[in-house]
Design a protein around this ligand. Structure first.
Ligand SMILES: Nc1ncnc2c1ncn2[C@@H]1O[C@H](COP(=O)(O)OP(=O)(O)OP(=O)(O)O)[C@@H](O)[C@H]1O
Ligand SMILES: [Mg+2]
Length: 259
């Protein structure tokens, strides 16, 4: 049996809120193969972001483990933190919050390349231009600042920054939900194309079930911190078994078109 590239095993996360304990994740198990695209859906508060943060090593689990290539995340972060950070990258819902407003886009991307020592000094500008082109932006935009971009363009920059380290895994937490509906499909198309062309392993967290169906091979449905249903996207979204998934689907007024 082949080892999953990224795996969650019996994950649990408990938060304390005063005297109350919130079980944000309970016994979550997910195995993602190399090159697979997996969608995570579930209502607000079901634990999607917490799961993403644990998989990225930004939040410690209170039970279970995360494995990259079969090796525990704790071990990665202790001994090969930089490699883990390079290999598993994230795309945020709001890239604006994570972009330095005083830094040009080119400088921001160059900084990532420099921190991870990915290119020689003399090759930085060309690498930045290539990154911009790979997300459908004009390479001349390198001199511009975050506020000069539209929401959709800014998310493209966010994706370029994630791609800068040439990651194997991309975790995108609601990457289009802050964008105008008119550009959501374009950004989803970009993620989908990048995933297929580069054989990226993609974890896409989304409210929009149609988006997941369009982008992802498989879908995992979460409810109150647990995985209640998982399987091929078409299977789960066309013929849901769990009552919660049925409810989730019934709540969608109409499925949008992406192609
Ligand atoms: N840092 C924290 N401290 C306390 N409770 C938290 C913390 N982060 C998340 N929670 C709680 O954990 C549960 C899961 O939250 P999470 O943000 O993972 O849900 P989500 O599925 O991403 O929701 P949304 O769709 O709104 O983004 C919620 O009850 C939330 O209030
Ligand atoms: Mg969330």
């Amino acid at each position: 049996m082949s080892v999953a590239l990224l795996e969650a095993r019996g994950l649990g996360v408990t938060f304390r809120r005063g005297r109350r304990r919130v079980e944000a994740l309970s016994e979550v198990g997910i195995a993602i193969g190399r090159g697979e695209s997996v969608g995570i859906v579930g209502e607000s508060g079901s634990g999607k972001t917490t799961l993403a943060r644990v998989l990225l090593g930004l939040q410690e689990a209170t039970a279970g483990d995360v494995l990259l290539e079969g090796r525990s995340i704790g071990d990665w972060l202790r001994r090969d933190r930089a490699a883990f950070r390079r290999r598993v990258q994230m795309v945020f819902q709001d890239p604006y919050g994570s972009l330095n407003p005083r830094l040009s886009i080119g400088s921001a991307l160059a900084e990532v390349l420099r921190v991870h020592r990915l290119v020689h000094r003399g090759e930085e500008a060309a690498a930045v231009a290539e990154l911009l082109r790979s997300v459908g932006l004009d390479s001349r935009y390198a001199d511009r600042f975050p506020h000069e971009f539209s929401g959709g363009q800014r998310q493209r920059v966010g994706i370029a920054r994630a791609l800068a380290t040439r990651p194997e895994v991309l975790i995108a937490d609601e990457p289009v939900s802050a964008l105008d509906v008119s550009v959501q499909a374009q950004v989803l198309n970009l993620l989908r194309d990048l995933q297929r062309e580069r054989g990226l392993t993609l974890l896409l967290i989304a409210h929009d079930l149609a988006a997941v169906r369009y982008v992802c091979d498989r879908v995992v449905v979460m409810h109150e911190g647990r995985v209640v249903e998982a399987g091929e996207s078409a299977q789960v979204l066309d013929r849901p078994v769990h009552p919660y998934t049925k409810g989730l689907l019934a709540a969608v007024p109409e499925l949008g078109e992406f192609a």
